[in-house]
Design a protein around this ligand. Structure first.
Ligand SMILES: C[S@@+](CC[C@H](N)C(=O)[O-])C[C@H]1O[C@@H](n2cnc3c(N)ncnc32)[C@H](O)[C@@H]1O
Ligand code: SF4
Length: 460
């Protein structure tokens, strides 16, 4: 091992601690001031006032079988009859929002269908859902619709209806093409299956196709990751999410179905990402944020260049759209000054809507400090840079920031520049691998109260 590689391995070991992925700040385990229904509606109303158009996320929790690595909120079923009543409840929830906001229609810029597996739905059910949402919406001219699809349960019939409804973004769950890895995680799908779907989607007018890949899955090796990325290179999606496997078996016991000895960990796991990144960059992709890549022709690349990139519960988006309504079980809404998450189990979710209540389970009203720290963490996650004015204008927590950043700076993960316009923090190339650790320095809630039990996956 040369001196550089040894230094890097040392850093990977030093900073490999449990940490959040910062799809929100405060992170969900630290939410403490759940808004009342009236407060939540007021926050959404304020956000709508200054908004060109809102976003709606619909969570479809159903999957036909369980992938053992999965960290999402899913209901495994082969009972097709469960879908239609669920969609009716989701549309009743959407109508409840309109009634409580006292409006007939909502301006809409984005629809996202996620899960679980939205392509568990038949073409007719997809049409029923989307037309039901649109019946109460004024769609903005540049509106974008996207869907997450599992190639094993997606066909041309569903893609055709989605295309007719105006969907142009498709995200396919790939994870890995190695048959040994696919077998151990109970998710078998061929490159050919994915190639056919990708081509069909392009012919039907989808202009942005994303592949989800995971590094750190059981039995993955450098060679198997290279083979997977070679297949991805042949199919050339517009975007790639190359997620680090989040191993949280204390929350998701199905992750105990493989042995931890089969998992690449620590520096071995990070080496898989570094190799993947190199292959993707050689193929013309740019790393636009943590674990995400895009081709030059994709709006995420352009957003990264123009500084409009945003990050939310769904990952990276090309701009901030607010408010975000979350419909369906476990869906999270974001009104910028408050977050709220729905009931996670279908039965209580449905019962509360039938009683005319919003099915809120928990949430958080952001205070002044939260709002400021949220902006810094967003800046770091989307621009690898943030800026603050004179320390005395900052919340008390941030005044102690230089001390908290000292070690990151000494390890050359960040560069701090102070001038007459305030202080700039730049994440170095070396520091990109440690972006979660750098954001943790800004996480006042985590600093004040270390978790009693293990909550987060490892940062590396
Ligand atoms: C809801 S799933 C995608 C849609 C669809 N159900 C599928 O699997 O194709 C969203 C993505 O989350 C990622 N994911 C799920 N569990 C994960 C975990 N434990 N660690 C990292 N990524 C995970 C996978 O890449 C998956 O494609
Ligand atoms: S990865 Fe997708 S298909 Fe597999 S269990 Fe999770 S949500 Fe369902």
């Amino acid at each position: 091992m040369n001196a550089n590689a040894a230094a890097r391995t040392h850093l990977l070991r030093k900073y490999n601690v449990p940490g959040p992925r910062y799809t929100s700040y405060p992170t969900v385990p630290y939410w403490e001031t759940t808004p009342t229904e009236a407060e939540w509606i007021a926050a959404l109303g304020r956000s709508l006032e200054g908004s060109k158009g809102a976003a709606v996320y619909v969570h479809v929790p159903f999957c036909r079988s369980l992938c053992t690595y999965c960290g999402c909120n899913v209901r495994i079923t082969r009972n097709r009859a469960i879908a239609q009543p669920y969609l009716e409840t989701v549309l009743a929830e959407w109508k409840l929002y309109l009634d409580k906001l006292g409006v007939q229609r909502i301006p809409l810029s984005e629809i996202h269908l996620g899960g679980g597996t939205p392509t568990f739905l038949t073409p007719e059910e997809i049409r029923f859902l989307v037309e039901g949402l649109l019946a109460h919406a004024d769609v903005t001219p540049d509106a974008e619709y996207s869907i997450e699809a599992d190639p094993r349960v997606t066909d041309a019939g569903q893609l055709k209806v989605l295309g007719e409804l105006g969907f142009r973004r498709l995200s396919l769950g790939i994870q890995d093409f190695d048959p040994r890895v696919q077998d151990i995680v109970n998710r078998v799908q061929s490159e050919e299956e994915v190639r056919v779907l990708t081509e069909q989607a392009r012919e039907l007018g989808f202009t942005s196709i994303n592949y989800d890949l995971i590094y750190g899955l059981p039995l993955q090796t450098m060679n198997s990751v290279e083979q997977t990325l070679a297949a991805v290179g042949r199919l050339r999606p517009d975007r790639i999410a190359f997620y680090g496997y989040a191993h949280v078996p204390w929350i998701k016991p199905s992750q105990r179905r493989f042995t931890e000895d089969d998992l690449p960990q620590g520096d071995a796991k990070r080496a898989l990402y570094e190799r993947g990144r190199q292959i993707l960059e050689d193929a013309g992709y740019r790393e636009i944020g943590m674990d995400h890549f895009a081709l030059e022709t994709d709006s995420l690349w352009q957003a990264a260049g123009q500084g409009t990139l945003h990050r939310n519960f769904m990952g990276y988006t090309s701009s901030l759209v607010s408010p975000l309504f979350g419909l369906g079980v476990s869906a999270i809404g974001d009104a910028w000054s408050a977050f709220a998450q729905n009931e996670k189990i279908i039965e209580p979710y449905r019962e509360r809507i039938e009683k005319g209540e919003l099915p809120l389970l928990r949430g958080h009203v952001l205070d002044g400090e939260d709002l400021e720290l949220r902006q810094h963490i967003l800046n770091l996650m989307t621009r690898f840079h943030t800026h603050w004015d004179a320390p005395e204008q900052m919340p008390a927590y941030l005044q102690a920031l230089p001390e908290r950043l000292h070690e990151l700076s000494a390890d050359q993960l960040i560069r701090i520049g102070t001038g007459c316009t305030g202080t700039d923090l730049e994440v170095t190339d070396l520091g990109r691998a440690f972006i979660r650790n750098i954001c943790m320095a800004f996480d006042a809630r985590l600093a004040r109260k270390a978790p009693d039990t293990k909550l987060f996956s490892q940062t590396v």
